[in-house]
Design a protein. Structure first.
Length: 101
């Protein structure tokens, strides 16, 4: 079957074991999903409001609004994310959200 997309030549691609890969992020740089002095139930209060109303900030607001509406409607949420979300330590937020349903 023909495709309108050009097939890439992967002959020069090589894999590198994670133990040999240099990391740009250290665990101590990860975001803490429960700031000091706040309980887990209040950790996200106001978080949505810290994002600017431009570029990615608007996207985050739309996503959080859709997630809140889905949860209020008893719907399930499926995460489709890229590696940067995890690499920057935001997995702790995702885990916290999942733990709380």
């Amino acid at each position: 079957m023909s495709s309108k997309y050009r097939e890439e030549d992967l002959s020069k691609v090589r894999s590198l074991p994670i133990a040999e890969r240099e990391s740009k992020v250290r665990i101590e740089q990860f975001v803490d999903p429960v700031p000091p002095g706040k309980g887990a139930a209040r950790a996200f209060d106001g978080l949505r409001d810290v994002f600017p109303e431009l570029l990615g900030g608007d996207s985050i607001r739309r996503v959080t609004d859709a997630m809140l509406a889905a949860r209020a409607g008893g719907k399930e949420i499926v995460w489709l994310i890229g590696a940067h979300v995890l690499k920057c330590g935001l997995s702790l937020y995702l885990n916290s959200l999942m733990d709380r349903g």
